[in-house]
Design a protein around this ligand. Structure first.
Ligand code: NAI
Ligand code: MG
Length: 322
């Protein structure tokens, strides 16, 4: 198995080495291909990512990805959007675990407000919000499959803003049709009140499917009931490729201090192992994380005083004992 490793910038360089140790524990024979993309590369070469990097990621069986810092360049095009586009990663799956609940946010990852179709001027700037039936169907099927697999007896929530944006009528109605045809119970909800309710009553939700930017914002907001941004992993899935990354960014405010929480990156590694190698390690990894946290080995964001490395070692030690 070949795994492309992109540490990226900031705390990506601190949390990804811990995630790689978890990968090495489960698949010791895997080959790791290091790829440099991001702000660091842009400073050196004027480009955040080149075609060779994309090729390496494409050839690998999966990518583990840290985070990249957006360079202060008005003409800079998002490297993350390019990677998701070039690798065809249409589904962004973001599980949120908290006290007695699990919600999986399934975010459409290829269009919506992150279409990249923009016309930027000094007086008027526009970004085109694109919703297609094809992409809406594809993401709805993905969300229904996850509900069937992981949430027996659960309900699909279709997050939208069809009351204001007519482009969301197509999204909402397409999701409803898919859920009906797959026999999945569903409800629809406006994304603003849905976000408030999910924060108040997370236990009411199972799988939430929504468009690109709403899913981005909703999943960060849910970090509030999941112990913080350092806890949220994600999978970017396509027909031929997959990339696994924390939901958080490069956190320049704490980068370089060795205190970033590696859990999001470790959980992302767990999702990689499950998706690409069929290794059902989720429970084991969760036990190791909660064991390490209860022993007091958490990072400062979790109320502990360990650094990234020590917390990572405590988690790994527990995995190795099992
Ligand atoms: P951020 O997620 O990097 O940080 C937000 C806050 O959460 C900060 O206070 C940070 O210290 C804290 N935090 C995040 N991850 C943490 C962890 N593992 N442990 C402890 N605390 C953690 O978001 P921000 O500050 O808006 O963005 C910083 C940079 O990251 C920007 O350049 C942004 O464009 C980029 N970014 C990149 C992403 C990617 O590569 N996929 C995703 C999101 C942002
Ligand atoms: Mg985000």
């Amino acid at each position: 198995m070949k795994i492309a490793v992109v540490e990226g910038d900031g705390i990506g360089k601190e949390v990804i080495p811990v995630a790689v140790k978890v990968l090495e524990h489960y698949v010791p024979d895997a080959e790791y291909l290091e790829v440099e993309v991001g702000y660091g590369k842009w400073e050196k070469t004027g480009r955040g990512c080149d075609e060779g990097d994309i090729e390496t990621m494409r050839e690998a069986d999966a990518v583990i990805f840290g985070a990249i810092t957006t360079p202060p360049d008005p003409n800079y095009k998002s490297v993350m959007l390019k990677i998701r586009h070039d690798l065809g990663l249409y589904a962004n799956i973001r599980p949120v675990r908290g006290n007695g609940f699990k919600i999986t946010v399934v975010r459409e990852n290829s269009e919506g407000l992150y279409s990249g179709i923009e016309d930027i001027g000094s007086e008027r700037s526009t970004t085109l919000r694109v919703v297609t039936r094809e992409a809406s169907e594809r993401i709805a099927v993905c969300a229904c499959d996850i509900l069937k697999r992981d949430f027996e007896g659960g309900t699909l929530t279709i997050g939208n803003k069809a009351n204001v944006m007519k482009s969301d009528v197509l999204f909402r109605d397409t999701c409803m049709k898919v859920a009906e045809s797959m026999g999945i119970p569903y409800r629809t909800a406006y994304i603003d009140s849905l976000t408030f309710d999910a924060l108040q009553n997370p236990g009411r939700y199972d799988v939430i499917v929504t468009t690109n930017m709403f899913g981005d914002i909703l999943s960060d907001a849910l970090g509030h009931v999941a112990g913080g941004l350092g806890m949220l992993p994600s999978a970017n899935i396509g027909a031929d490729n997959s990339l696994f990354e924390p939901v958080h960014g490069s956190a320049p405010d704490i980068a370089g201090r060795g205190i970033a929480n590696p859990v999001a990156a470790i959980r992302s590694a767990g999702m990689l192992l499950e998706h690409v190698a069929g290794i059902g390690c989720e429970q084991e990894i969760e036990m190791a994380i909660s064991g390490a946290v209860s022993s007091g080995a958490g990072t400062p964001d979790l109320g502990g005083n360990s650094g990234t490395e020590l917390f990572g070692k405590e988690i790994l030690k527990r995995l190795e004992k099992r």
